[in-house]
Ligand binder design. Structure first.
Ligand SMILES: [Zn+2]
Length: 145
């Protein structure tokens, strides 16, 4: 049985990864608004990408919400330079958008996005490994003579 995805949209609802089971392809999605719940959606083979992961599962809570807020801000900035064309994306039925800003503006926004995304991931990863370390210590307490 599949847990069906909600109707929230990106970036609240985002891709975690794509998997192949018995020749069928599924996307694992997570929605921040729905208590970070995971959902499975069957997708076409052409839109599956099993070799590249989406947002890491260990990015949770406050840091995940920061990533969402950041991504939303960037989308708003980008939308000022997007023009809706008359085409529809065959996979989702959503209108196709075309970038009409300058190349410099596009590069700047993408660079900003990469830097802040890396900061959020690095901080979250550091906290995660500190937590794992203290969990290990709890499970295997050092014996002091
Ligand atoms: Zn949702």
């Amino acid at each position: 049985m599949l847990i069906r995805p909600c109707n929230h949209s990106y970036p609240e609802r985002h891709r975690v990864c794509d998997i192949e089971v018995d020749g069928k392809y599924y996307r694992i999605l997570r929605c921040v608004t729905c208590s970070e719940r995971l959902a499975f959606e069957q997708i076409r083979e052409e839109s599956a990408c099993t070799s590249v992961l989406g947002l890491p599962l260990w990015l949770t809570g406050e840091h995940l919400r920061r990533w969402v807020a950041n991504e939303k801000k960037l989308q708003t900035q980008m939308s000022e330079h997007l023009e809706v064309t008359d085409g529809l994306q065959w996979s989702s039925g959503k209108p196709v958008e075309r970038w009409v800003g300058t190349d410099e503006e596009y590069d700047r926004l993408q660079r900003e996005r990469a830097v802040s995304e890396r900061e959020i991931l690095d901080t979250a990863r550091a906290l995660q490994s500190r937590k794992e370390q203290s969990d290990r210590q709890l499970l295997n307490p050092q014996v002091h003579p």
